[in-house]
Ligand binder design. Structure first.
Ligand code: SAH
Length: 250
């Protein structure tokens, strides 16, 4: 069996209990070395085989997994955050399908929720927004025109923008046009939950400058939206005058 596992955003204890257990039992681990902390490997067996996928192509990764599987070994493919978000796991699963190799996907804590936790906010604030958009700016990877940042920003939902901080000027430009407001709060979280984490708080007016001052060019979440303001609204869930399935109203 092959397990695609979400390693979490950085802090090694943010992997799931299931993920850690499988990692401890693995004979072969292929990990995304550019973003997965190598500290995870300390939990593996002594004779485990490691492969850093950052310098491997799809064929090489598939070959390693295939060879291990044929020998009856337990393989862990360790991805950063949650593997289903910008994890490029679909193509790997397709290759395994072709080879009739069974696999399971174990979810993880994505960097977008980890970043929101670090700044102690909630993406879905009552009376502000009930929607979270996960997206990225186009670059070498094409983003469909309908999903251009400007159009998405016009919804005024909470946004978590991946893979884009290197192009912060263009991001801000598009967001300003979409929100039609320069005072939209914005937070950039660099390496959320790592030792060298950095948090920058601002608005669309000044965030680009602040990001450049701190020389942040990668591994950051750009969180945008009015959810970042603490607007003091309350939910129905804990409202004493509101009843629901588990609680009666006063
Ligand atoms: N599957 C991952 C995302 C991989 S794409 C997840 O669920 O988080 C890589 C992008 O994720 C980076 O460019 C950055 O935008 C974001 N990212 C990954 N780890 C991060 C972290 N610890 N802090 C902030 N952003 C992070």
């Amino acid at each position: 069996m092959v397990y695609f596992i979400g390693a979490g955003p950085g802090d090694v204890d943010l992997i799931t209990v299931k993920g850690r257990k499988l990692l401890q039992e693995a004979d072969v681990v292929v990990y995304a070395g550019s973003l997965v902390s190598t500290e995870h490997l300390n939990f593996c067996k002594e004779d485990v085989e490691f492969y850093d996928s950052s310098s491997m192509n799809l064929d090489e990764i598939t070959q390693v997994i295939y060879n291990a599987y044929k020998k009856g070994k337990k393989v862990v493919r360790l991805h950063t955050g949650d593997p289903t978000i910008y994890g490029a796991i679909l193509e790997q699963m397709r290759e395994l399908d072709k080879l009739n190799i069974p696999y399971e996907v174990v979810p993880g804590v994505s960097s977008f929720t980890a970043s929101c936790a670090r700044i102690k906010r909630e993406f879905t604030v009552p009376d502000v927004t009930q929607t979270v958009i996960l997206t990225r700016i186009s670059g070498r990877t094409y983003v469909p025109e309908e999903e251009d940042l400007e159009g998405l920003a016009a919804h005024k939902s909470s946004m978590a923008i991946f893979l884009s901080v290197h192009d912060i000027d263009r991001v801000v430009e598009k967001l300003k046009r979409g929100y039609k407001d320069e005072n939209v709060p914005c937070a950039v979280v660099y390496k959320a939950t790592w030792q060298d984490e950095k948090v920058i708080i601002g608005t669309l007016k000044d965030i680009a400058e602040k990001v450049k001052e701190k020389n942040i060019k990668k591994t950051a979440q750009i969180l945008v939206g009015y959810f970042l303001d603490d607007c003091g609204t309350y939910s129905k869930l804990y409202d004493k005058k509101f009843s629901h399935e588990f609680r009666d109203a006063l």
